[in-house]
Design a protein. Structure first.
Length: 505
């Protein structure tokens, strides 16, 4: 019997008159992703035992798992009122409020008082400070925690990302350096510092960090792998070849994807195809699929048509007229772009991206868009070709529709997205909210969405599809397909993007 089946049995057997049984059964179900099935018992528990904070807590967590943030916040607020000194409940209320787009900083301050050493609470407070435009305060608070806790790598990574958002391109990793002066043998800190520098392409600086790390902490396969990746990204082909060879057999899929990038960039598509095919049965997240597709196209292998050639995989839907007001949505989104610079790890250049999960917010403009998106995605999924074993998109089970992430991007003059993929998703998207009034001046197809190019790797592959942006237009495509945007000259390009999660098979 599976864990899910056991959880369902426990839900069915729980007596609503016994709050302990209710909490145990519903908590187990929610943890396994069965929130919708747990809701009836959770509601019954809250109705029968209104003074038990656990009942409201688990009801709030179930609603949160279902992205029903208004009901989640209301239930968690009742739980916190009944148990004001319970740290986990205080944190859950603060987190749900932040995700819903409600003021959350005071709630996080209360959670920090109750759990001053809880890393997840401290990182949540930093996110709440960012949401309220208090980025410098967030950095200062993290630095205060990192002083006595130099090995807290998540804190260093978050402080670096926040400094980057403020425009710091030189000293954004300063907290790492202070920590390594105190704990020079801390391998996880060296690793996180190198990877943080690699995100924006500072591979030369990362190599210098790796050399320093070896001198301070000793030799390590971690340093060897990072060095191979940096050399490959820098185009040092012969050095990268030697570094990858020294690693021995590659047995981790993320490293396999890095090696495929190197093979393609160095002009060895046949070798890349052969290597990628060895991963087809052990890569459920499709990390290697985009590179296999590129290799097949470069070598003229007709299987790329099976993988990406069916025109039904890409859908273009003009749905703006079904929204109450595209202009009101644009104004709402502009208010959420509180930073001045692009995120450290993302694909956009010359713009900003919202923080957090956009579709968790409870503003009516966003919820109206979310509902329309779900309806349109269902329509797109219904017209996809039949299931095909081994295909990353043509799955057997295609419901329910759920989100693996959602955000808004605001690009300004000469802004664009580098070609990239979304390994966390099943289907990805672009919904155009606002475009320059005078059009996207510049080269032909300026500002257009390009699907199927992999220019980031220097590959001579034409786009499979070029799609003109229009306000109110939604484009859907497989998350494993390369995609990016062409730069445009002036004005504002405001979009919403999201990934649809792959349903469990």
């Amino acid at each position: 019997m599976s864990d899910a089946d056991r959880a369902r049995r426990q839900l069915a057997a729980a007596d609503p008159r016994d709050p302990g049984q209710v909490f145990q059964a519903t908590a187990g179900a929610v943890a396994l992703g069965l929130s919708e099935e747990a809701l009836p018992l959770a509601r019954a528990g809250a109705e029968r035992h209104p003074n038990d904070p656990r009942m409201w807590q688990i009801l709030g967590l179930a609603h949160r798992r279902l992205d029903d943030m208004a009901h989640s916040v209301a239930a968690l607020a009742k739980s916190a009122a009944l148990a004001p000194s319970e740290p986990l409940i205080a944190h859950s209320l603060a987190r749900a409020s932040l995700e819903a787009g409600l003021p959350a900083l005071d709630l996080f301050e209360r959670a920090v008082q109750l759990a001053p050493n809880d890393a997840s609470v401290l990182l949540g407070r930093a996110a709440a400070q960012l949401a309220e435009g208090k980025t410098e305060e967030a950095i200062a608070a993290l630095d205060a925690q990192l002083g006595p806790n130099p090995g807290w790598v998540q804190g260093h990574a978050t402080a670096a990302r926040l400094r980057w958002l403020l425009g710091d391109r030189e000293t954004f990793t300063s907290s790492f350096e202070r920590a390594l002066a105190a704990v020079p043998q801390a391998m996880p800190v060296w690793r996180e510092l190198a990877e943080t520098l690699m995100h924006p392409g500072y591979n030369d600086r990362a190599l210098a960090v790796i050399a320093r790390g070896r001198a301070a902490a000793g030799q390590s396969p971690i340093f060897d792998a990072l060095e191979a990746v940096c050399l490959a990204e820098l185009g040092e082909i012969e050095k990268a070849d030697r570094a990858f060879a020294a690693l021995g057999p590659i047995d981790h899929v993320t490293m396999a994807a890095r090696y495929l990038r190197h093979l393609l960039r160095s002009g060895r598509p046949a070798e890349a195809a052969a290597f990628a095919e060895t991963w087809r049965d052990r890569d459920p997240a499709n990390f290697t699929t985009p590179y296999l597709s590129a290799a097949w196209r470069l070598t003229g292998d007709p299987r790329w048509q099976w993988l990406e050639g069916d025109e039904r995989l890409i859908g273009v839907y003009d749905i703006g007229d079904a929204l109450p007001s595209l202009e009101a949505l644009a104004e709402r989104l502009r208010g959420l772009h509180v930073t001045l610079h692009q995120p450290l790890e993302q694909s956009l250049r010359g713009g900003t991206q919202t923080d957090g999960v956009l579709f968790s917010r409870i503003e009516p403009e966003i919820q109206a868009l979310r509902a329309l998106i779900v309806e349109t995605v269902e329509r797109h999924v219904a017209q996809l070709p039949p299931p095909a074993p081994g295909h990353p998109t043509l799955l057997g089970r295609r419901a329910p529709i759920s989100f693996a992430g959602s955000w808004s991007v605001r690009l300004t003059g000469e802004g664009f997205h580098v070609n990239h993929v979304h390994p966390a998703g099943w289907l990805s998207s672009a919904f155009y909210v606002a475009l320059p009034e005078a059009g996207m001046a510049g080269d032909a197809n300026a500002g257009w969405l390009s699907i199927g190019e992999a220019t980031e790797l220097g590959l001579d592959l034409p786009p499979i599809r070029l799609i003109e942006p229009r306000p109110g237009r939604l484009v859907l495509f497989p998350s494993s397909m390369w995609h990016g945007t062409r730069p445009f000259a002036t004005g504002e390009r405001l979009t919403v993007a999201f990934d649809i999660a792959k349903p469990e098979q």
